[in-house]
Design a protein around this ligand. Sequence first.
Ligand code: AMP
Ligand code: GLY
Length: 413
Amino acid sequence: MKVLIIGSGGREHAVADAFSRSSTVSEIIVSPGNAGIAEDFRCLPLNGQDEIAGFCHDKAVDLVFIGPEQPIKDGLSDLLRAEGIRVLAPSRDAARLETSKAFAKQLMLKHHVPTASYSLLRDESAAREVLAKCSYPIVLKADGLAAGKGVIICSNESAALQACAGLFRHSAGSSGILAEEYLQGWEVSLFAFCAKDTFQTSLFAQDHKQLYDQDMGPNTGGMGAVCPVVAAEEYRQEIEDKILAPVLTAMKELGCPYEGVLYLGLMITQQGPKVVEFNCRFGDPEAQALLPLLKTDFMELCLAMTEGRIGKLKLEWMNQAAVAVVLAAPGYPAAYKKGIRIRCPQMDSKVFFSGVTREHSDLISCGGRVLTVMNMADTLDNARAAVYRDIESTDFPEKVYRKDIGKRKNLLF
Ligand code: AMP
Ligand code: GLY
């Protein structure tokens, strides 16, 4: 079978790698991909939805896998389905679970799904009223997509008013700003493989969002991930029964059944698991730690979702632990340096490329998150040791990375 992957990051590199282990996949194309992915897979620029659909018809592509949220929000999955092309991604309407935080919150409130309480601040005067009365700290979020960087935690009213002013300036046209109760606990990510109202869940994974060790510094798109997170297993049933089942039933009732990968960002609180966010796709860098552990044929998993038989699929994982560490450019997540030459020697770890381009025969950095190094082993400690050894031998001057991925106390593998 021929598969076309849409996207250009480390997540899409890991998705391509997962398809390459499938016994039924004969050809993998990534669009646009990047110069690093192109070392392993065919990359091809396709400009716009019509060109993608035309390519799928001409080349008889069997499945399109959409990696990031933006093309889904732009309607690519709807267009491909309308053209009779098989696609693994939710519809634009179903993807509102990610693309509108207000939509997701309203749905959770209506169906009693555990999440932080919230108010929707439609304008600055509504914001002043709510912020004068609420308890602190409070979490402010823009309603639309913000690449993981749109969340501000405010410890008092004046900080919240200032943050609100900035968010309103940058979110003109959206339905407003969410002010959320601050949840205390520890975070974990879970992926649901959904076929309308049936689903199966993945291993748990854990992202490391802050830039510096010990979870200090600014939030980023994610600086590293580990999988599995055994300490979260005791909550799996509760998450499936109290979160996933009601949300998928509600989506079906709304006329936009969810088909594809649904990402649950969860906070494990003293009252149990609560939803921090949904995403309509795999996480980056969680996918780089999760997918290498998948034993089930990835194409078979995708087809089980598109053909509505996910409930019957035998989903199997390797009995190992994976650690994925992001190497970023200096300055990230603010303005970052570009054009740094990168050389990865032959190594035991896998390298998944994000922000790289080619200049003559060299790979050079062009993004904030540049690449992810992943290894897996029988224990988390062994996987960590292998990853950090290989990072040492990666020739990437000025690389910025966390030294403590996989060291959190709640990871008992
Ligand atoms: P989001 O963009 O909603 O994924 O939020 C990004 C990050 O901000 C999350 O991974 C959490 O670390 C933090 N965060 C978001 N919402 C809350 C909340 N209600 N309470 C505590 N932390 C939060
Ligand atoms: N790892 C967080 C995200 O993909 O949004």
